[in-house]
Design a protein around this ligand. Structure first.
Ligand SMILES: N[C@@H](CCC(=O)N[C@@H](CS)C(=O)NCC(=O)O)C(=O)O
Length: 210
């Protein structure tokens, strides 16, 4: 098997997405720390691996791959015979749709705004920008409800088999559930709450997202 190295900070949601897949596949890999909080991800050395300075980047036998959708797609194929992607074309499209909703609408509002403002800013001596948080709740709620409408929610988002969509949403919910806004955002998403009760207890989730 190829030598796999994941570059990134363990607390990053996207790094966790990749690691959840790797752990669920039982793969051997190395996590190489690239700190996004001290400028390391903007160093010339890291920008040579990923010109956007984002984490994660995957190195496969010396070949570099970035963008989490590309990484998870690749790893699913080479490590798991695509078992983390539904074989039914519409279900597979639903999985990609959920991932795109998370990338475009949930992550920016839930993580970049609510979680950063509520959980990170105060630990750095700053003050939560309440207006920013307030303005992010409605779009985050819309995103959660859109995912709710596409999900089975039992046991996993798309049914009995875990998929890449689960690996995307779990790390976002880990942080969002620690904010007071989680209740409002998930008030109309009973299937997601049932799903969350179940998946948050999984050993790989406890291992990767501890
Ligand atoms: N489109 C990228 C997004 C990755 C991303 O935003 N990663 C965050 C951490 S969760 C990051 O690198 N943040 C550091 C920064 O924006 O400088 C992907 O899918 O991999």
């Amino acid at each position: 098997m190829a030598k796999l190295t994941v570059y990134g900070t363990p607390v990053s949601t996207y790094v966790r997405t990749v690691r959840l897949l790797l752990e669920e596949a039982g793969a051997d890999y190395t996590l190489k720390g690239v700190d996004i909080f001290n400028g390391e991800s903007q160093s010339a050395e890291y920008l040579a691996k990923n010109p956007f300075g984002k984490i994660p980047t995957l190195e496969v036998d010396g070949e570099l791959l970035y963008e989490t959708t590309a990484i998870t797609d690749y790893l699913d194929t080479v490590l798991a015979d695509n078992k983390f992607s539904p074989s039914d074309p519409m279900q597979s499209a639903r999985m990609r749709q959920i991932m795109a909703i998370i990338d475009s609408y949930l992550y920016p509002n839930a993580i970049l705004t609510i979680v950063i403002q509520r959980l990170i800013v105060p630990t750095q001596g700053g003050k939560t920008d309440e207006d920013k948080v307030k303005n992010a709740v409605a779009p985050a709620k819309t995103a959660a409800e859109a995912i709710e409408s596409l999900t089975v929610g039992n046991k996993y988002l798309l049914g009995s088999e875990v998929s890449i969509a689960d690996f995307y949403l779990i790390p976002v919910f880990i942080y969002l559930s620690q904010t007071p806004e989680f209740e409002a955002i998930t008030a109309q998403t009973p299937k997601l709450l049932t799903w969350w009760d179940e998946v948050s207890q999984l050993p790989i989730v406890k291992k990767v997202c501890a």
